[in-house]
Design a protein around this ligand. Sequence first.
Ligand code: MBD
Ligand code: FE
Length: 281
Amino acid sequence: MTIKLSSTESVQNFFKEVSGFNNDQGSQRMKKLVNRILIDTIKIIEDMEVTTEEFWKAVDYLNRMGARGEAGLLVAGLGLEHYLDLLLDAQDEQAGLTGGTPRTIEGPLYVAGAPLSEGETRMDDGTDAGTVMFLQGQVKDVDGKPIAGAIVDLWHANTKGTYSYFDTTQSDYNLRRRIVTDSEGRYRARSIVPSGYGCPPEGTTQEVLNLLGRHGNRPAHIHFFISAPGYRHLTTQINLSGDEYLWDDFAYATRDGLVGDIRFIEDAVAAKARGLDGERF
Ligand code: MBD
Ligand code: FE
């Protein structure tokens, strides 16, 4: 028969002591959170009959995950980062805040401080022989009024699906830029078409995904932070249509309203006629 120590007074009192309830230092919030986590942990150990071998395997896993810096990747793959978006959506709906471009997860690969330009920029360093991509948009408020002076902070992967800084073979801030919107709220960028991301096959996140019978792939996508004084920050993405992982994203970031079409134009003259001028960048 399963032993349930978690509900006994002596074990409850022991973990209250462990959580600092018997001193008046530290953080009340932290004490309550740590206590809840510990009590829920021992309940899981009892309910799931977790063996000591499994327990120490989990401790070892955390050490290996931390050493690789994969905690952010794991919470994305376990859908917890997406869950936070669902929670924010529900809070917004309750507060009557509707409309606008949907939010989706940031993921673990953002780097702050990308080069800042006015109106337009080139994002790639020219070393990756990818397909040239032009990206343009307009930042508007929920009533459709253009927002001049908004900051559009963009980042995406290269043709191998890897990101600068995490892929140390790329130059600093490659495929990462901030653009200030012009008087009409518009921004334009020249870049290269990204490939989808895949979790490192030898990593700790993929190790868990394998045990769950899952892959670790994301569709090709472009990340956005949009911010402007007096407005809420938006974290979102464009996920590229036609990608086999568009609706099979290991991080659950693709959402209705966040799917973008890439229109391929073979003819540079035709592209220029449509305002997509590679020579300008
Ligand atoms: C990514 O590029 C990404 O966007 C997310 C959410 C998770 C892992 C890699
Ligand atoms: Fe990404």
